[in-house]
Design a protein around this ligand. Structure first.
Ligand code: NAP
Length: 257
């Protein structure tokens, strides 16, 4: 028996086999969950379908988290297919490349709002869509991915740090709203891992190298470790944990000097 045996899990944010969402989807399937994936755009469909096949996951279809109709369609398909939902993984973020370098104060209003919309508001919109489906199953768990740049000023992370701060606050407020329905909401704050999105951040390799050099465990984070920690938080083993930001960062965030 896996720790999420027979749980119905929707994972949003698989772009390719380097995505943290993919690491989580693999571990969910390994631990017995039935997994559904969404993708954004046709180009990604071609990459996501073969991955889904590897773990016996269902591809629900396209979901652009910035579009309410698209979110409603995808959750409608989940309702039709499963009639309920136990677990939701939100592993989505976006900021313009030009805003992931240089001075934070240069960010334009439209870019700022879009980063906050796709990276933080989308958790609220997905949680709202998941609520009735999780209620049908007597509760559930929602997990999003965040980074230290939410609480520390990390050079170049800039507007994404502001979006992650909003995201972590959303986690706390959603946990209050959804707690009485036995739905837990948490964030997993991961150390830098090489992915498509991460490559857009200027100086990303230096960030990752700093963790290897200065973290108590003196190494980098494997994407598999994001998967296992995510599944632990989504599983009933974490039944008393909600509204939290949990760090999987080799201890980097506790170091002073
Ligand atoms: P990734 O593989 O590029 O995943 C990001 C995903 O967000 C992609 O699937 C991307 O799709 C999707 N996305 C962007 N805009 C979207 C939209 N409007 N609708 C639906 N999906 C959209 O990179 P990742 O590093 O695994 O990122 C996953 C999460 O982990 C993000 O929240 C990220 O901030 C967080 N995180 C990453 C690290 C790290 O070091 N990698 C560390 C801590 C936290 P497209 O490719 O089509 O845009």
């Amino acid at each position: 028996m896996g720790i999420v045996e027979d749980k119905l899990a929707l994972v949003v944010g698989v772009a390719n086999d380097k995505s943290l969402a993919w690491a989580i989807a693999q571990k969910l399937a390994e631990q017995g969950a039935k997994v559904a994936l969404t993708y954004q755009g046709e180009a990604l469909e071609r990459r996501v379908r073969p991955l889904a096949e590897q773990i016996g996951a269902t591809v629900v279809g396209e979901m652009d988290v910035g579009n309410d109709e698209s979110v409603a369609n995808a959750f409608g398909k989940i309702a039709q297919m499963w009639g309920g939902l136990d677990l939701l993984v939100h592993a989505v973020a976006f900021a313009e490349r030009e805003d992931l370098q240089g001075r934070f104060l240069s960010v334009k209003r439209a870019n700022f709002l879009r980063a906050l919309d796709i990276s933080a508001y989308s958790l609220v919109s997905l949680a709202r869509a998941a609520e009735p489906l999780m209620e049908k199953r007597g509760g559930g768990a929602i997990l999003t991915l965040t980074y230290l740049g939410a609480v520390r000023a990390v050079p170049n992370y800039n507007v994404m740090g502001v979006a992650k701060a909003a995201l972590e606050a959303c986690v706390r407020y959603l946990a209050i709203d959804l707690g009485e329905k036995k739905i837990r909401v948490n964030a997993l704050s991961a150390a830098p891992v090489r992915t498509l999105s991460a490559a857009a951040i200027r100086g990303f390799y230096d960030m990752a190298h700093e963790v290897e050099r200065r973290s108590p465990l003196r190494r980098g984070l494997n994407r598999e470790e994001v998967g296992t920690m995510a599944v632990a938080l989504l599983s009933d083993l974490a039944s008393a944990v909600t509204g939290q930001t949990v760090y999987a960062d080799l201890g980097y965030s506790i170091v002073g000097l």
